[in-house]
Ligand binder design. Sequence first.
Ligand code: C2O
Ligand code: CU
Ligand code: CU
Length: 507
Amino acid sequence: MKRRRWTVVLVTLALVLLACCGGGAALGGWAWSRAKVDTAGEIDFAHKLAIPPLAESRVDDQGRRVFDLRAQEGRRDFGEGGVTRTWGFNGDYLGPTLRAKRGEKVLVNVVNGLDEETSVHWHGMHLPAVMDGGPHQSIRPGATWSPTWTVNQPAASLWYHPHPHGKTAKHVYRGLAGMFIVDDENGGNKALPNRYGVDDIPVIVQDRKFDDGGQFAEGDSLGGVGVLGDTVLVNGTVAPYLDVYTERVRLRLVNGSNARTYAFGVVDDREFAMVGTDGGLLPAPIATDRVRLSPGDRAEIVVAMRPGERVTLRSFPEDQGTDFFNRRFTGGGDTLDVLELRAADDLEPSADLPATLAPFEPIDPAGAVETRQFRLAGRNINGQKMDMSRIDAVITKDTTEIWELTKLDGTPHNFHVHDVQFQVLSVDGQPPSPEFQGWQDTVFLEQGSTVRIVARFADYADPDMPYMFHCHLLTHEDAGMMGQFVVVEPGQEAGRPPTGSSHNHGQ
Ligand code: C2O
Ligand code: CU
Ligand code: CU
């Protein structure tokens, strides 16, 4: 926290000094204006949007659906001044979309083909902590990790990405990420556009900065959120367009960026239907013209198209509840054109949106056995940094808890919890806006405001193996803005997380 404050103070001082000394005025102004990105109307949308392939799978003799993922190095020409050195799963950038049905038992063989340790975390998945793929499930170079679990949650757009201790930002930025779609017979999915790659489109949005040689530039922003890129990649495609052949198109938006929060909308401000959040479908569609997604967040939207039109999905400037300085240097004032939707002259009819989407049972906060406070400031949570050997919260299995999340500094932060999908009870005492009424695993925090969430920690107990909670701005997470909780059987005490960073959990 101290260091962060000093950075702000020093940078501000430097800007003031620069502005005061002759000639420096130009420099100060240069830093200020350079920090703003505005690509509205500037993108040529010359590349067809890549659709991540559905991962192949087979069913083994134990009835498990088996997937294979291999993290590996690659090279890709993004058309940004050179061939970029990348990382990907089963390819050069990103990975295939895994897909499984509720009730199915899955097994994923994850091979680490890199020359450093990594891990693969199933973001949004409810599963035992040893299968979670957090920093305690590190995979050595050349080793295979084979987690297995039964998918048991509503239909949702989840995703997977590495979570190695202190290095998540680097691994995700290089390109390691993919979607995991959960299907569930009991939901409104059948009434929504659901042909993958046709009218049901994964949209993994990532900003990147390219250096002069066409390599991904890492580094930090002046605002301390980590790298903010001026080039948007969707599913790894720069300047992408999507041909739309149907009256409605469903976009499964994933904010797979390290640091940037987006406020998505259509360029003509048309209304669209928001149908899903992080952890599944909303009870009913919500008409809106913006959806804000912070890093790690997902949303499903359905956009109605008119024959022959071309419209752009854009991220608009927005108030992220940060201070003036941070608004400029953390991307809140940026405008980014993301994806062009090109409707065919003849559109195939789509079914009307259903009035209700999925059965939805709110968690009753009256049943909470515990209320905990989490205060985020600097790179700390409750004044502490992540310690792999420290358990920060011990939770009894099958109980409900309320967590109060407060952000105290001017930098953007969000809060992600492993294992569960939670509900937002209130924001500063007020009921949350409609788009927060669904299942969430990641929530954006406004400055100085308190978000109360409620979660039920069901099914899996393990006194020794923790789950994580953290800020999903990846450089913050890496800098220690993370903590650990264990779920235990009633009356059980917390054990000890395994020591040593590297484990190869073969199954
Ligand atoms: Cu998407 Cu702990 O992360
Ligand atoms: Cu996660
Ligand atoms: Cu943060």
